[in-house]
Design a protein around this ligand. Structure first.
Ligand code: MTE
Length: 329
């Protein structure tokens, strides 16, 4: 199949807004995904379908989270950890929040259009499985119990777009220490919410193995680079970036970083993960950024920055080899 025969932005608006009107939804969805080159394959290299961009105010309004605990004022903005630098220009905040991948809402990068019904507060993050002190954290506890910092990280999507954004968060390892993993904990899985009533994509795209889950080995999860992010650009995460808490793993393709997570499970076996389950040929479990291994449908040698459109060579481990190379030797 020629992936570029028909691009999402060529589709009539009704095809990507109200699939239900086409009778058998599952069949429609299969046809729809096929027309986009997604069926039996996976992520897109597509732009946002539809018409004009929102204004910055409209975008901010769309992503804003109501009723965060007051303790957020002690977190944002957090002090920058100067150990991390992009080595490239920072991505514009609007461009990063405008072009997002959040399939629970949309497969077309425009999740900001559909996040209104999503309610990220109150929120509970459960940490369970192979550990001695399983626990549930609400947002107030996450804000109060963990020293937050800001980190300027490069971010590389498997679709060959990239961004440079400052995340606010804390090392995942700090949270793992609190629950005391057992020696049987070999893997860590991350699970996103399952709320079809708040996230239209869950029912609109029944082919996908919901809920969204991702995973790391325990050694990877303990690496100092892995952040549990509660904010970006000095503010709490907007809904479309994965409010109120997500995972950021800068040396791996972006799909490894599950958004809006409700559960972290320590496991003795390798977890099943969303993209690897959906299409193992195209999306591996490890998914380290590697310019020498092309995706079956496109090269991974270069990347295009959101907003500026600048093109850069992709670096092994997205440039973080000094931190993580030894994990894989
Ligand atoms: N997490 C959930 N729950 N659902 C998703 O669709 N998309 C992933 C990842 N986390 C995704 C997700 C992909 S493919 C990428 S590239 C990043 O989120 C994008 O993060 P951003 O949209 O905040 O830039």
């Amino acid at each position: 199949m020629n992936f570029f025969v028909r691009r999402p932005w060529d589709l009539p608006q009704k095809l990507h807004t109200t699939p239900e009107v086409f009778g058998d939804r599952k069949q429609h969805r299969r046809d729809f995904l096929k027309s986009m080159g997604v069926a039996g394959s996976g992520l897109l290299t597509a732009g946002i379908a539809g018409c004009s961009k929102p204004t910055p105010e409209e975008l901010e309004q769309a992503g804003q989270v109501e009723s965060l605990p007051e303790s957020k004022d002690t977190i944002f903005p957090a002090a920058r950890n100067e150990a991390f630098e992009y080595g490239r220009p920072e991505t514009d905040q609007f461009e990063a929040a405008y072009y997002t991948n959040f399939y629970e809402f949309s497969v077309q990068k425009d999740s900001y259009r559909y996040v209104e019904p999503f309610k990220p507060t109150p929120w509970t993050l459960e940490v369970a499985g192979e550990c001695d002190n399983p626990r549930k954290f609400d947002l107030d506890e996450l804000y109060k119990e963990f020293q937050h910092e800001e980190r300027a990280y490069r971010f590389r999507c498997v679709e060959a777009w990239a961004m440079c954004v400052p995340w606010t968060g804390f090392p995942l390892n700090k949270l793992l220490e609190k629950v005391s993993p057992k020696s049987s904990a070999k893997y860590v899985s991350f699970q996103t919410f399952y709320r079809p009533e708040q996230a239209r994509g869950i029912e609109a795209y029944p082919e996908f193995p919901w809920p969204y889950t991702e995973g790391l080995t325990i050694e990877e999860a303990r690496n100092e680079l892995v952040l549990l992010a509660t904010g970006v650009f000095g503010e709490p995460l907007p809904k479309q970036h994965g409010a109120p808490v997500r995972v950021v793993i800068p040396w791996k393709y972006g799909f490894k970083g599950a958004k809006s997570i409700v559960r972290i499970q320590l496991m003795d076996k390798k977890p099943v993960t969303f993209w690897n389950d959906y299409n193992p040929r195209e999306y591996g479990f490890e998914a380290n950024v590697d310019p020498t291994v092309p995706h079956p449908r496109w090269s991974q040698a270069r990347e295009r920055m959101l907003g500026s459109g600048d093109s850069f060579e992709t670096l092994p481990f997205n440039g973080y080899g000094d931190y993580v190379g030894s994990l894989y030797s």
